[in-house]
Design a protein around this ligand. Sequence first.
Ligand code: BES
Ligand code: MN
Ligand code: ZN
Length: 500
Amino acid sequence: MKITYELSRPPLKTVEILGIGCFEGDKDFLKRSSCLDAHTKEALQKILSAKKILFKCGETFFTPAPFMKSAGAVFFIGLGKRDKFCLERVRKAAAKFLAQAKTFKYKNARLDLDSLIEKFSLAEIAGAAVEGARLSNYRFDKYKSKPVPAAVVDEFLLASGRAEKAPAVKVSIAESETLMEGVVFARNLSNEPANVMTPSRLANAAKEMAAKNNLGCKVLGRNEIKKLGMGGILAVSRGSAEEPRFIILENRVRKPKFSNPIVLVGKGITFDTGGISIKPSNDMDKMKFDMCGAAAVIGAMKAVANLKLPVKVVGLAPVCENMPGGRAQRPGDIITISNGKTVEVLNTDAEGRLILADALSYAAKYKPKALIDIATLTGSCAATFADLATGLMGTDPELVDRIRRAGEYAGERCWELPLWDEYFDLIKAAYADIQNISKKYAGTITAGMFLKEFADHTKTWAHLDIAGTAWNEGGPKTLSPIGATGVGVRLFVRLIKSYL
Ligand code: BES
Ligand code: MN
Ligand code: ZN
């Protein structure tokens, strides 16, 4: 699908369907459209008046338009009340519009951007429309032996009559495309099954991507991981026939806005069986998604590089597989993380925090301006928020708020949970400094408390628990088919932009 900007000046080329956004209770919205002539406006107004549609958010109305030259049909998309408007509504409107076009096997479609303007600039609206289109258009069907028949829209026109805004709109469309390439890259990595996306394959994919996108990349193997004393990664990978990897990505910035980098850390468990504390078999297949944190970091680095953001960014991903076996770590084992702290491993299924502990400790060498990790860390986070929010915790209220706002804007909502000192009692160990599970309750928070022990070299650390948001398993959603969502990529890019 090709997405192009179009200046809507008559005569417009003919498309099969035109999409128009409608605010709830707005009687004059047709007047604002630059894609309709007076005669068509009148004809459409008649059709609408006969129908009494409120155009609440998500409400839509389709009508053939034989009286119209520039489009065969019109699709009205309810946007709800103006004061509740947000970019997520634009994303969903674009996605719904394209879904409708596909239902009728239309090959080309025009979306009237001017009908969507509220609160945000035309450029931002255009960017969000691109996001909605790309996010919803994504498919992962490479393993189907016969091609899956699917309707495709070849041409998606984003039309506006505001010629003076054209340059900014074009830039925004291009930037959104670049961002979406990062999301698609992350989704593709995550959707691969674990027999394909092994730690070494994931590291190679990162390397290959780095070479193509002007990023520095270094991958540490087992020996180097051992030399660095990364006891968490070594312990978790013990049971697996696959060797661990540690991925380091860095963008190249000529004139950075400030000298210290933003460091992103992503959990990369390519498959989580639970280890000796083995998981029940129900839904265990979903644990191929336990590297979605790493994928988000890698996808975000790709986007950051191509957007040429003048901020130094480092992406770290500890990657391994959590398997049972004769050499696997046991409950009760005591290990030493690379910063010297000892951990009693009471449950080998709480493995993500063990590999992140090493990665967060490693980040100290960068003296990060901000350190943020992202992980499918606790089932309890999904139990708390379902797929409606990413769990957010951190040591710096300014950073936490910055992340919350970035998520809100990007359509990746985050919600804060507290890291009160008293919670530390729940992970104090009998025989080591700290234990890897909570004595009771607060599963998501105590995981955050655990990580905090390894991010204590900086005052600005935050943790994102994407256990509920990393993939969608209930079937297609407006902005994502079944499978990995690529969550984190849009949030990270927006966050990094917030420093400019
Ligand atoms: N990868 C899982 C967390 C997870 C589970 C994410 C289900 C998404 C859906 C993680 O490694 C894990 O197993 N966590 C345990 C921790 C527990 C043993 C303290 C969990 O959440 O049950
Ligand atoms: Mn686990
Ligand atoms: Zn896990």
